[in-house]
Design a protein around this ligand. Structure first.
Ligand code: NAD
Length: 416
């Protein structure tokens, strides 16, 4: 990915734009620019070979004016405090756009999970949890999965937190396995939300969803589920990729078979009946809907001009830079920003938390129905504002998200 821009710089520029549009006072802008709390920890664990491994981790809590902090935990060799801070800010806007009672946070550990054993990852997760224990909790800050963390990781966090407390606290974390209080539909929620948004956008543009062509960058939790859901809706998946490369076939690919192939071989690359293409080409594929579902800075000023999709639904966080945003807007590509498009995950996380607090378990249909209603409303709120303001969907979503948070800060006042 070329022309990388610091995610925090991108987040600050987006905030500046929203503050300007909303005409917010300087003090509010100053409060929103920096996280409320940021904790960096050095995590020492026993490696399988008997040596001591030391990893840097952090938890950043951006703003909790609308409710407890909420946000995922990412394990990746490129995790930095800068990136996690940006992600924590995006979580604040995301929860606000969806109108769910949470603030924004994010956590991360700089490590390479692909080179670590399950035992090492468990020890890393448990020790990290114990080190951020004081600042997390069901009414303080509720973590969830993100890149290279999953339901198992969340179960280890829940168990560590519960063991320290002395009783079971399922509501301290979301994205857990169903067997320990996870919600039906959580694993697919982010992708379902991104596809629901794409469907709504398709209606606005007069694109028929049945037969619509779809390209997906990234084939992890979000990417694979988005490809599967779109395929089940009747879309034609024409290209997918992962960190090792991409594959395409204009006649359509079967995402279930690609998933089997990836599970067997570790990558989508090498799938039969498909042409191998580079990661850059995936983004530039001729299609109706493009779903970037990997990492930040995928669409930049260097390739924005080459994007041929009619709709971009950001499954990933921060895949498009501000300069690229402008180019896509000029090209009349309807971009559904991350803080709306991938908010299905945190929305069902919220449903999981509510179910845990009430010791309830809702059926899948109920969860998905609630999610659909919430996504469609949020999409239309943002779309209507964007039409009114004649601006990008991202600016409209930020105006909605930042505006609600600013209102909460003003209403709460400053103590003392
Ligand atoms: P994941 O670890 O399950 O998958 C990431 C995928 O991206 C993998 O297939 C990896 O191979 C691929 N990838 C990495 N670098 C790539 C590159 N340069 N080109 C193409 N593919 C590449 O992670 P995930 O949970 O699916 O998260 C993906 C994105 O979605 C992240 O930006 C994350 O913050 C965001 N997100 C995730 C959730 C969630 O519920 N999991 C919710 C909201 C947002």
């Amino acid at each position: 990915m070329s022309n990388e821009q610091s995610p925090y710089c991108v987040a600050l520029e987006q905030l500046r734009l929203a503050v300007e549009k909303l005409n917010l006072e300087h003090g509010i802008h100053a409060m929103l620019k920096v996280p409320k709390r940021s904790l960096t920890v050095s995590i020492a664990i026993r490696m399988d070979n008997g040596e001591t491994g030391v990893f840097t981790g952090c938890r950043v809590q951006h703003m909790d004016a609308r409710g407890p902090f909420k946000g995922g935990i990412r394990y990746h060799p490129n995790v930095t405090l800068d990136e996690v801070t940006a992600l924590s800010m995006w979580m604040t806007w995301k929860c606000s756009v969806m109108d769910i009672p949470y603030g924004g946070a994010k956590g991360g550990i700089c490590c390479n999970p692909k080179e670590m054993s399950k035992g090492e990852l468990e020890r890393l997760t448990r020790r990290y949890t114990s080190m951020i224990f004081d600042i997390i909790g069901p009414y303080r800050d509720v973590p969830a999965p993100d890149v290279y963390t999953d339901a198992q990781t969340m179960a280890w966090i829940m168990d560590t937190y519960s063991q320290i407390k002395g009783y079971s606290v399922p509501e301290c974390v979301t994205g857990k396995p169903i067997s320990v209080g996870g919600s039906e539909g959580r694993a697919e929620a982010t992708s379902l939300g991104a596809v629901i948004c794409a469907e709504e956008a398709a209606k606005k543009l007069g694109v028929k969803i049945k037969g619509a062509t779809v390209a997906v960058q990234g084939y992890g939790n979000v990417g694979w589920n988005a490809a599967k859901i779109a395929y089940d809706l009747g879309c034609k998946i024409v290209a997918v990729s992962d960190s090792k490369g991409g594959i395409s076939n204009p006649n359509g690919l079967n995402p279930y078979k690609i998933y089997e192939h990836k599970t067997r071989t570790g990558s989508v690359v090498g799938f039969k009946d498909a042409k191998e293409v580079s990661n850059e080409e995936i983004l530039e594929t001729k299609c109706d809907i493009l779903i970037p579902a990997a990492l930040e800075n995928a669409i930049t000023k260097d390739n924005a001009d080459k994007i041929k999709a009619k709709i971009v639904s950001e499954g990933a966080n921060g895949p498009t830079t501000p300069e690229a945003d402008k180019i896509l807007f000029e090209k009349k590509i309807l971009l559904i920003p991350d803080i709306l498009a991938n908010a299905g995950g945190v929305t069902v996380s919220y449903y999981e938390w509510v179910q845990n607090l009430e010791r309830e378990h809702w059926p899948l249909e109920e969860v998905n129905q609630k999610l659909e209603t919430k996504m469609v409303k949020a999409f239309n709120d943002v779309y209507t504002l964007a039409q009114k303001e004649k601006c990008e969907m991202r600016t409209a979503a930020l105006m909605l998200g930042v505006g609600r948070v600013a209102e909460a800060i003003k209403t709460l006042g400053l103590w003392p």
